[in-house]
Design a protein around this ligand. Structure first.
Ligand SMILES: Nc1ncnc2c1ncn2[C@@H]1O[C@H](COP(=O)(O)OP(=O)(O)OP(=O)(O)O)[C@@H](O)[C@H]1O
Ligand SMILES: [Mg+2]
Length: 279
């Protein structure tokens, strides 16, 4: 069974004439780090809203086909049930933080699920260490910086032990060094907890080095979904007008000048390895 499966899925918001998701077929498997990319307005946030039932249950509109999360149809399963399998951090985490202090914010979801106190304490201890927010527990969410809020939002979802964690532009409000820290943290969470993480992100330089797979969304359609190496070396990626990684642009130029013939590296480390072997 796939963690997430879209089958011939179409959706348009009630007010719109055109479909915002068009003939979507997509399968997401366990323990993957996945980059979701596409131009602004291509449908990334809309696709993410389908993954926990917000679409079609919360956003009025028309749909065809189905989306299943761990075998449960997202049009029918209660959103609260789906939320225990799949945690989503939307773009402005402060809208998601509702408690008066961070510790309660993290405990809140578990209290609703009736998780025993001992187990709650164990999980809280573990996630605050992983996300490095021990020093923030007594603070109110509105007293935190964007990066700190992002960490708290991630921690409050991780304690629920979802199998899938989705982040919609997690670095949009962060400076480059905090953005880098958050992405590295997410990679660490993925490998330590064996969860699948899907990140929609415009700053591709940050995510591509860690991604296992890339999904390209273009004008409401899945243009391609595959292993990072295949997508990066394909024509679809080249054609899309998105903010490509610097290393990608350098190596495609080298290729077009016939100075480089190998696969395009996904990171500086990969490029270095190539030149070490080349000597
Ligand atoms: N609540 C809504 N009601 C009506 N139309 C919407 C709604 N949300 C998004 N849309 C439309 O759906 C299309 C896809 O938007 P979406 O937000 O999914 O794109 P995106 O890829 O996430 O863009 P960005 O990179 O700017 O976040 C756009 O044309 C947008 O105007
Ligand atoms: Mg979006």
């Amino acid at each position: 069974m796939h963690l997430i499966e879209f089958h011939n899925f179409y959706f348009r918001y009630k007010k719109n004439k055109e479909y915002q998701l068009n003939e979507i077929n997509l399968k997401i498997d366990e323990n993957k780090f996945i980059l979701l990319c596409g131009q602004t307005g291509s449908g990334k946030t809309t696709l993410i809203r389908c993954m926990n039932g917000l679409i079609p249950q919360f956003y009025p509109g028309f749909y065809r086909g189905y989306v299943k999360v761990l075998g449960k149809d997202t049009a029918e399963a209660p959103i609260a049930d789906l939320s225990t399998e799949i945690g989503i951090v939307f773009q402005n985490p402060e809208n998601q933080l509702i408690s008066m202090n961070v510790e309660h914010e993290i405990a809140f979801g578990m209290e609703n699920l009736g998780i025993p106190r001992e187990e709650m304490e164990k999980r809280i201890k573990e996630v605050i260490k992983l996300t490095e927010i021990e020093h923030l527990l007594d603070k109110a969410p509105f007293e935190l910086s964007g990066g700190e809020q992002q960490r708290v939002a991630i921690a409050s979802i991780l304690v629920l032990e979802p199998k899938i964690l989705i982040l919609d532009e997690p670095t949009a409000l962060l400076d480059p060094s905090m953005a880098d820290k958050i992405i590295k943290l997410l990679k660490k969470i993925q490998t330590e907890k064996n969860v699948t993480i899907i990140i929609s992100e415009h700053r591709m330089d940050l995510v591509v080095p860690y991604a296992d797979e890339i999904i390209l969304l273009d004008n409401a359609k899945i243009l391609e979904h595959g292993k990072r190496e295949e997508v990066l070396n394909g024509e679809n990626f080249q054609r899309l007008t998105i903010n490509k990684p610097v290393i990608y642009s350098v190596f495609t130029t080298l290729k077009s000048e016939q100075l480089y013939k190998e696969k395009i590296p996904a990171s500086i480390d990969e490029a270095i390895r190539y030149f070490q072997n080349y000597k």
